[in-house]
Design a protein. Sequence first.
Length: 163
Amino acid sequence: MAKENHTYQIIFAILLIAVIAFAGLYFTKSAPQEINEQTCSDFINECPEEKSILDAQIYDWAINEDNSSEMFFDYWLYNYGNVEARNIKVRCDLYEDDLIIKATSVIDNFGNLASRSSAFGEVLTPDVSKSNEFYTALCYVESCDNCEILYKRIPDLIESYEG
């Protein structure tokens, strides 16, 4: 009787080990895996290209106190992507009070911006403002290499920036 009980224990132990091994294999193969650049080609025929995601926000605009014939735009530039953005061009516009008539527009060749970073930019232009008028300033990324411009992902903003 003891020998028969011992045989059942051995069979039970072997079956238990087999079930644990199969369960382990099942869960490791079916668990979601992070797809990175190295393993992307194993799962997908064409891997998405890494791009930077850029956004520019106006900080301030003012008349240059040292030279009243000049004005400047200050803006923040943000890169939300995992790669460096290159050859960035930021456009700053000054609109009259009605937000329809553009008083002036200037492009700043910002250059490059590292991944996941922000930078402060400033661009000078001749002063066109009048002392008795109200103005609204707007800065946005106009173009860049290997990047996606954030406002172009939001349909309502496209008309505001490009309209």
